[in-house]
Design a binder for this molecule. Sequence first.
Ligand code: PLP
Length: 481
Amino acid sequence: MAEGVDRVADRIARTDRPFTGVSPGDLAPGVSGVDLDRPLADPSAALDELEELYLRDAVYFHHPRYLAHLNCPVVIPALLGEAVLTAVNSSLDTWDQSAGGTLIERRLIDWTAGRIGFGPAADGVFTSGGSQSNFQALLLAREEILAKATAAVLAPGHLVAPFDSRRDVMDRLRIFVSEAGHFSVRKSAKMLGLSPDAVVSVETDARKRMRPQALEWELEQCRWAGFIPMAVVATAGTTDFGSIDPLHAIANLCAESGAWFHVDAAYGCGLLVSRSRRGLLGGIERADSVTVDFHKSFFQPVSSSALVVRDRAVLAHATYHADYLNPARMVEQRIPNQVDKSIQTTRRFDALKLWMTLRIMGPDAVGALFDEVVDRAAQAWVLLTVDPRFEVVTRSQLSTLVFRYLPPEGPDRDLADGANLYAREALAASGAAVVAGTKVGGRHYLKVTLLNPQTTVDDIAHVLDLIADHAAEYVERRRTS
Ligand SMILES: Cc1ncc(COP(=O)(O)O)c(C=O)c1O
């Protein structure tokens, strides 16, 4: 174990670029050539092999020029928690497999609910990630609306005739999410057995925030068509643009329409501990459910996420009793079994990482790290707006930048698409930096996500130069070919 820790620490200390640029074809023969039926002589040999197959070419999120997805470098207290939790190997499904672990998870859910601004009826559970949290939220929303719809009691003033069956209702359920919302909402709708067009994309404004007027219009259309507004998913920190939907306005429309109000704060949850930007989440306390991803803006190792609900009673939709595990009598005996609230059974004690982080660093220190990357993104946005080589889509409320290289020759959009796609690939292949890509209005853009407080403005300026060089090289080649 100590040798393994030393080797990883050494590798991380020596990493001078976020990626080696290795291709799947380069690495695959080594991995497939391993004879898994013949163990190596000792752990050192296994670590040597691992160095070749994984550590040498891994993508290192702690490197200041890893600027791609919503992956964070991790804080050391969380690593300590990770080591302890995997060694003890508690499973958080039942008290008899976790004991104090259950209480620690519950305390953290209460703490998070307090930060959100929920009252004493709130509850929740840790999950594997934002996708699972969103899925569970929509499962609860579906069950709530099904219970109401079959009893013919929708929102006050919107009485709908009783439906014959769950299937009848399910086909009519609609979920509203902004066009910049996360794809896990669509995936969840499919897994929940809703109709293929159950998810309605709501228009955003120039800063990529849901337009409340557009939502109001879509809700109206929904009613006219005889559909049922099941849920509105507001995003507090969209994946691409870091935009935060107007939570109060959306909460009002949910209250009027009877739709469940879910806030996907997978990315923006770091604001819960920010001393200067907590106000950006105003209205989150009116949600029925909230997704928080500690493994994004709380600098926790994967996985660490939670679903928090305003009213613990709704979690009963995820409750099943098994004689061997959590028989119903345990509820009367007040034995705290977290499996009663979770869609998982055996479940990691991920909460311990956040616990150690809060006990060693405290919430303000975590919030300060997040504030730092948000500040840095604002500085980088200024850089981009004054740089004629690039156009930038919008100023993020969090820490992303979506931009693209513009060929100096003029507005050839296909050429610009090609140049940006090429620049991203060439940059990754060089290993000097890793950035992401996305599409805006059908066109290819580049994306930088800042989650490393050690990334400096100079790092970003350097990466912009590299991107411009690669893109210009592509344009030149196209011009002369
Ligand atoms: C806004 C948002 N919601 C949900 C998710 C899904 O989270 P996870 O990857 O932890 O499943 C993401 C991931 O990037 C996200 O950005």
